[in-house]
Design a protein around this ligand. Structure first.
Ligand SMILES: Cc1cc2nc3c(=O)[nH]c(=O)nc-3n(C[C@H](O)[C@H](O)[C@H](O)COP(=O)(O)OP(=O)(O)OC[C@H]3O[C@@H](n4cnc5c(N)ncnc54)[C@H](O)[C@@H]3O)c2cc1C
Length: 347
């Protein structure tokens, strides 16, 4: 029987980033992935942003997550000999005096100099933007764009080429303590996102799924080199194409695209740009979020199997550090952050 140190179920952000952590330390892994390319990670835009831009508050553990990002993505680039991580800035678009005053107020009150530039700028200051309505812009630092689709498909081929991928739907009936079909493992980690709904060991946990949709547009007359955000972000991805999103909805009956969210996204977009565009793609996915808006990580004490889930809307930002913490927990029992540990729901 073949033996691995860790069997990982799922190849979204959680499964891929955790795989990378184990590989970096020289452990033997196998990844079971269903081959369905419509999960949250496969549709996400890959924006990395430490702030909650509605209220200008720092997101949970933002400083720690930021610190872990460059080394993690650096190692990933080295493994794949390709760069999918692009440090960036983002401009928040400001349209009224009240909004400007709120920016200044938050900058001073929350001491956000590491994250925001105090003075707002005219739209064309720094570089020329064509095709937007009349706004001021505020610079948000320490953001990035991670080309998730590019990375996930490359990493999928990498796993396949190196004999580490089992491309199938995980079969719970074929699981027997420390073996799965013809494979023995020391540790089993479920990184299934929304797919955990079918998992007999963890499906009781208080997930609060959140469906998101985004569109890709083509706008020949829009000249925009940096990400901008108003009610939605506009992310330039090359070839005159831009990703625009995302929506948030608790209605998660399916992960199909909908006409009403398309209309909503176009409405928001029309508030920002004033040049013609065509929608070239619309995508939807279900974010694996939790009632208290924290990740869900830990161990089921009865089976000994692990869970890495609950990345919500900030997978690319949190997972570099969380995947490392998850690996340490699995290998050395180093405690997880108490707000992320699933034992908070299983006293
Ligand atoms: C529209 C939208 C936009 C988003 N934009 C961003 C963004 O810009 N930045 C950001 O950081 N985050 C963004 N997110 C959130 C981000 O997508 C999630 O945080 C992240 O994808 C969660 O990753 P995951 O690996 O936990 O889950 P998933 O992405 O759901 O991956 C789980 C994987 O497990 C597999 N799987 C499940 N069950 C089984 C099984 N039984 N057998 C085999 N395989 C299985 C699935 O096929 C899937 O590949 C966005 C989400 C949406 C919906």
């Amino acid at each position: 029987m073949e033996k691995v140190d860790c069997l990982i179920v799922g190849q979204g952000i959680a499964g891929s980033f955790l795989s990378q952590q184990f590989l970096n330390q020289g452990y033997r892994i196998k990844v079971v992935a269903s081959g369905i390319k419509s999960s949250s990670s496969w549709v996400a835009a890959g924006v990395i942003n430490p702030l909650v831009l509605k209220r200008y508050t720092l997101s949970w553990r933002a400083d720690e997550f930021l610190k872990a990002i460059p080394p993690f993505y650096g190692e990933m680039n080295a493994r794949l000999s390709e760069n999918y991580y692009h440090p960036e800035i983002l401009y928040k678009l400001i349209s009224s005096k009240d909004e400007s005053a709120f920016w200044q107020h938050r900058f001073e009150k929350a001491k956000l100099e590491r994250y925001l530039e105090k003075e707002l700028m005219d739209l064309n200051e720094g570089y020329e933007i064509t095709g937007l309505k009349d706004f001021k812009k505020g610079l948000v630092k320490n953001c990035a764009w991670f080309d998730l689709k590019g990375f996930l498909s490359h990493f999928n081929s990498y796993l396949q080429k190196n004999g580490m991928l089992i491309e199938e739907e995980f079969d719970y009936k074929a699981l027997n303590k420390k073996s799965y079909k013809k494979l023995e493992f020391d540790h089993l980690v479920f990184c299934q996102g929304h797919g955990v709904k079918q998992n007999p060991f963890f499906k009781d946990l208080p997930f609060q799924w959140n469906k998101g949709e985004l569109i890709t547009i083509k706008a020949e007359k829009l000249r925009l080199k940096k990400m901008v955000k108003k009610k939605v972000f506009i992310l330039p991805v090359g070839n005159h194409e831009y990703k625009v999103g995302a929506t948030y909805s608790r209605d998660c009956k399916n992960n199909e695209i909908s006409q009403d969210k398309l209309t909503l996204l176009k409405e928001f977009l029309d508030e920002i740009i004033d040049v013609p565009y065509t929608v070239v793609k619309q995508e939807a996915g279900i974010r694996p979020a939790v009632k208290d808006r924290r990740p869900l990580m830990g161990k089921d004490p009865d089976s000994g199997y692990f869970l890495f889930n609950g990345l919500g809307s900030r997978g690319c930002f949190m997972a570099p550090l969380l995947s490392k913490e998850m690996m340490r927990y699995i290998l050395t029992n180093e405690p997880l952050h108490p707000e992320a540990d699933l034992s908070r729901f299983r006293k």
